[in-house]
Ligand binder design. Sequence first.
Ligand code: MOS
Length: 738
Amino acid sequence: MENVAAPQPKDNMGQPVPRVDGILKVTGGARYPADIKIENPAYGYLVTSSIARGQISNIDTSDALELPGIIDVITYHDFSGQIEKPLMMGGEGGAGYAGSTSRPLHSSKISYDGQIIALVLAETFEAAREAAHIVQVTYKAETPSATLGSDGLKIQAATVVKKSHEDPKVGDAEKAFLEAEFKIDKTYTTPVEHHNPIELFSTSCVWNGAELTVYEPSQTSHGLKFGLAQQLGIDPGNIRVISQYIGGAFGSKGAITERTAIVALAAKKTNRPVKLVISRAQGFSASSYRAETHHRVALSATKDGKLTSLIHEGLELTSRDDAYFVGGTDATSRMYACPNILTKVTIVRADRKTPGFMRAPAEVPYMYALESAMDEMAEKIGMDPVEFRRNNDTMKEPIKGLEYTSRSLMKCYDEAAASFGWDKRNKEPGKMRRGEWLVGHGCATSCYPTLMAPASVRVTFKIDGTALVETAAQDVGTGTYTILAQLAAEQLGIAINKVTVLLGDTKLPPSPVSGGSNVTASVCTALLEACNNLKSKLGNNSGGNLEAQLQKANLKEMDGFAETVAPGAPKAGIDMLHKGVSAIDGGAKLKDRIQFSFGAQFIEVEVHSLTNEIRVPRMVGAFAAGRIMNPRTSRSQLLGGMIGGLGSALLEITEVEKSSARYVNKNLADYEIPVNSDVQQLEIILVSETDTKINPLGIKGLGELGIVGTAAAVSNAVYNATGKRVRSLPIRIDDLIA
Ligand code: MOS
């Protein structure tokens, strides 16, 4: 029987090897950071603020301290002044490690709902939890600004808060739009979303003299090490971070969060190892989230379907503390040929936690807006939406005229459309029916910038015919262990089961953050060079039997080491790598080329004619991302992405209570995500593509590609089914009752 989970490789694809860590994971053998046994731990539980803005006037810990088994209750009285202000990851100048500069336990100030205000330590988790609930906190509360549209917000242009930000533009879009005959001008909105990886956030800290070991699921083990050293003012050489298995991340474990320094200091203060596992509800403020966004998209086109103007204005919420924004106009301004483009990103500061990376942070909301507008524009001129995109497809991005290194967008459209049966669609809304259900078909473009960062890898070949690959990259569940084993096996001419891959430990050579879908391209580039170095040290570049060569040289083993940067990238990135900073670059940011992966998604919805219930019986996505290392893990990433996209289209929203700036649905019962019955037929097509300009192996990466565009495709399908344009996510029954 055909195994759909293991697609047969096409041209420029590796084998669909099963995950090398798969058995360990499903049998419980994989030790996630909180599973690692530490001696004599004090168990932590957080107390978090129940107001979003103001001051703590008093914390009474006396009742809590009297409970049996309580070791300590730590508040800002203990740690005030002991934690340096963190440096923001990707901040001005690029350096930094943290998701926010906020410092809970630094003072009595409260800047957002759910801010850490105390850490209870006890002999058991249960005792710590019980005590946390009887810590008495009184506040001097102030009225918070909760969300876009609230009173008291501070509004700033992205160009003002970040000097390096540019709002892409070309031509005179306002004039072209004004003069155009066929045009649309619409507003689209996306809600607050939380990552909710199934593995809870956790941190365990163990001191041994001046040496500190941190067990924490992290997308950046070296970033965590250096970021924590900066916050504690200690030598990074004394910190070891272990993060070998990660149970989902989606961006939420991408930057150092507030808790780590607190746990480290608590372990020092109490002279005990401290283990903190954060509850699901507290997890909604322990890390980051995707902030709500508003978009104005105005398009104009000629009758025969050429875009004449494109205006995209994005409005994003952030905190008072940090001017974080995603700025997805980098992608939306470059998707299609258009002579007149105007974009602008504006941020809105509210009394909320600093948002952060969440799967395709920039492209998900911004492409939802653009791809919804593209559907509306196509309809306006009476053109099929696939043909409208074909008319505006381009191998040169329109802002600076740079060439795409490769772009298989229309190939993706054609393969997905054929499999989906797009030619059978009735473009008139409300005309396709299945019993009581209205049927609708919609499509949208997926894209993701091809990013790379410096990386280093050591590979060792041993006389017994085995090999060891060492790099401190992370496998967030995406398949990093597997594809590195595959590449080493291929390069050294041995079976994959002879290769051991070690990841997620700062004792290993540094690798970049598992973010921006960069790790496969970055780390495989370094591994390839490390294998070549190993072989040339053995005097053999052309393959051959490495065991025989070791024997001849009377050696037990031979290693090869490499540290690499992306083609054309400055070598200084390697110095940053050794300071735990990932100099990620690529996409639309390069001077001589533009590099993106692409895809096309087709979705069928059913909307019940009486109840307006929305179901999604079919989804087809076709994706091209250069060399595919492993069709099985790639399909899995894309499939997960599309399911996440389906969730963002119809289910996902963190509700913000407007008077208090607090989240309402902080649990997995009320924070809805797709379950099996929400996902029916889902087909992933891997499209062959060869790119010789991005890196020696031609890898683009696709971790985040699959979630981009899905929400627009669903929304466009809902319109085709019902004739109703819903321009706000998630689309719910209420939106269709009118
Ligand atoms: Mo991913 S949102 O780049 O960690």
